[in-house]
Design a protein around this ligand. Sequence first.
Ligand SMILES: CC(C)(COP(=O)(O)OP(=O)(O)OC[C@H]1O[C@@H](n2cnc3c(N)ncnc32)[C@H](O)[C@@H]1OP(=O)(O)O)[C@@H](O)C(=O)NCCC(=O)NCCS
Length: 227
Amino acid sequence: MEKVSDISLHVLTSDDFDDVMQLMRRTFYAREVVTNVVGCSDDVMDAMTTAVIQNDLENGVCFGLRDLKTKKLIAVKICSILTRDTHHPLEPVKPETFKQKAILAVAQSVPPPESLFDDPNIEKILYGRFSNVDPDYTRRGLSNILHEACERAGIEKGCQVFYSQVGDKALLGNMINKGCHVLQSTKINEISLDGQPVIPKSDSSDFSISALVKILIPGTYKFKSSL
Ligand SMILES: CC(C)(COP(=O)(O)OP(=O)(O)OC[C@H]1O[C@@H](n2cnc3c(N)ncnc32)[C@H](O)[C@@H]1OP(=O)(O)O)[C@@H](O)C(=O)NCCC(=O)NCCS
């Protein structure tokens, strides 16, 4: 485990794109629960995430931490801002292979972020897409620091609610402690695509995907499932 003496927090911009992708390729895909359960390779995930990340780095709500001693990017949180008129959360993703479609089927098995626009009072959503902390730097609260920075920036930009999808159970508990509510959880081994399960039926794992929301700007909002 690396010793972190000093870290610096930054808004990520397109200048950080190469560093962000390097961190994602080196440390994200091999560890993220849904990617692993569906059996996606790094290539599959890279094809799905590159354009999304490129877009998101323009919006001022993505944050990163650098180790000041090594200058290395050690953690990132990538978020999008969705607005009622311009939301296209999965548009940059062009699924081709079964595994790519399977990942999207998992994401679409719970209410998607744009379902929050069913409430006419919701105009802007902060959509948390990826959190990634270098494994040498985990369990020291770094993802919490990034989450708080993203929330603050989202609120400043008028995002009324935060939305995210989470597969990891420990992380789900942590997000609930941060004030998130579960809209819906779906067991991944019950999801199928073109009549085929997205993970082998023999896989008895009880991994779930959960859609979460948190109110950022006080107001009365209606969500599809009861909170
Ligand atoms: C999930 C992840 C971002 C957490 O980063 P982190 O900096 O270690 O998280 P923090 O130290 O801020 O911990 C936050 C809390 O999350 C929970 N948690 C996170 N990872 C955990 C783990 N592996 N086991 C148990 N609890 C965990 C704990 O409740 C922890 O709080 P605690 O240490 O006070 O108990 C990091 O492990 C990671 O990058 N994982 C791979 C990618 C991924 O799955 N991202 C999430 C989906 S986009």
